[in-house]
Write a protein that binds this ligand. Structure first.
Ligand SMILES: [Zn+2]
Length: 191
């Protein structure tokens, strides 16, 4: 039996730092993401776990980085997602070529040196798709330096785009210590 996720994040282990960062952001906005390294299932047959998890996920995001394109695992996962007719969202290093099941899809391009624009596009694509299905819960999970964790309002797309245009940040107030919590509009990460 597998747990179902909103999104499966297909990646090569060398891209774990980036994928881990994205998973944490998605957690803040209540979108559940499967990252292989975070859900070890000791003793189970890995290809079967992966197949079931992809089948039970709503969306499939694949990281076509230098390592991802070359990865046998990633290519197998793309094949599985395709077989289950999942929406495949490819995130691709703009310098690289890729073929196969992702060839004619619209990519979210990615610059390894500054992934923020890709992160913004990816989280908003997922927000939009999941809210269309009414699957996204509202709210933004925040944590303060004082140790308090709480939920506050998730800004709308309009508020996000407006803040990016004005180069501003979102400021929240911690209910425990009244301290300011500053949040990046593009990535929704606490600054
Ligand atoms: Zn606080």
């Amino acid at each position: 039996m597998t747990v179902s996720f909103d999104v499966f994040l297909s990646h090569d282990h060398d891209d774990f730092a980036l994928v881990d960062r994205i998973e944490k952001i998605l957690q803040r906005i209540k979108i559940s993401a499967y990252v292989y390294e975070k859900y070890p299932r000791y003793g189970e047959y890995i290809p079967e776990v992966i197949k079931e998890t992809i089948k039970d996920s709503k969306y499939f995001v694949v990281f076509l980085t230098h390592e991802g394109i070359a990865s046998q695992w990633v290519n197998q996962e793309i094949g599985i997602a395709h077989a289950f007719d999942k929406l495949i969202i490819p995130v691709k290093d703009r310098q690289l070529q890729s073929k196969g099941f992702v060839e004619l899809r619209e990519f979210i391009y990615y610059d390894p040196l500054s992934p923020e624009d890709m992160i913004y596009r990816l989280i908003h694509t997922l927000r939009w798709r999941l809210s269309k299905q009414q699957a996204a819960e509202k709210g933004l999970a925040l944590d303060c330096k004082c140790g308090s964790k709480f939920d506050d309002t998730l800004p709308s797309y309009e508020e996000v785009n407006d803040a990016i245009r004005k180069e501003g940040v979102f400021v929240y107030k911690c209910p425990a210590c009244s301290g300011e919590i500053r949040v990046s509009p593009a990535s929704l990460e606490v600054l």
